[in-house]
Design a protein. Structure first.
Length: 206
């Protein structure tokens, strides 16, 4: 797992713009290769290349973008949409949602929710770093809360947050995302691979 450290020279907006601009430059470069050099005659190879690009650029530390306004994600979503149209050969005027579904690419906001939920699964199953597990404490293990209805559901406790930044933190957003999932999806005996498969299907439908 990669850990992001604080850097006085890096701002939140700056990180978003850096990711968006780098991804856009990579997408334009790949498009030029396809159009002018005709390297990617194999459609599967082109799709694999851009899938790797999406994972590397759009998924890198994207859990840090949890809870941000749509305006901050618009640039990243436009880059993903352009990559999807390039792979599918669709026109700019074609609706993007069916295209992303055919490619099995979750939209940016859903990708963030996916990453967050997977981190919580790992934290609850002892497969995450200790500091992440400390943020995902089941309600039924907290003194004085065993009588709550949420304690019988086996969900992690959601701490109170007074600020927007606090609400976006993993300590709050992680359990919130997890608790919003259907009980069947949160079943403790579900494997990580099975959880990911069903989670992706759920996020596509919601």
């Amino acid at each position: 797992m990669k850990v992001v450290s604080d850097d006085d020279d890096v701002t939140f907006d700056g990180r978003l713009f850096q990711t968006r601009d780098a991804a856009a430059a990579k997408e334009r470069s790949d498009a030029s290769v396809v159009i002018y050099q005709e390297v990617f005659d194999n459609h599967t190879a082109l799709q694999a290349l851009l899938q790797a690009f999406v994972r590397r650029r759009l998924d890198y530390c994207n859990a840090l973008l949890a809870g941000v306004a749509d305006v901050h994600l618009k640039g990243l979503q436009s880059v993903q949409n352009a990559a999807a149209r390039l792979v599918s050969g669709s026109r700019r005027c074609d609706p993007i949602t069916p295209i992303l579904a055919r490619l099995h690419w979750l939209p940016v906001r859903q990708r963030i929710a996916f990453k967050t939920a997977v981190l919580v699964w790992k934290a609850l199953h002892g497969a995450a770093l200790l500091y992440l597990s400390d943020f995902c404490v089941p309600v039924d293990t907290v003194s004085g809360r065993q009588h709550l209805r949420s304690a019988t559901a086996g969900v992690p406790m959601v701490p109170r947050a007074r600020t927007t930044t606090g609400q976006r933190s993993f300590a709050v957003n992680g359990p919130t995302v997890w608790n919003s999932l259907p009980a069947a999806l949160r079943a403790p005996d579900r494997s990580l691979a099975g959880f990911k498969d069903h989670l992706k299907t759920y996020l596509f439908e919601h």
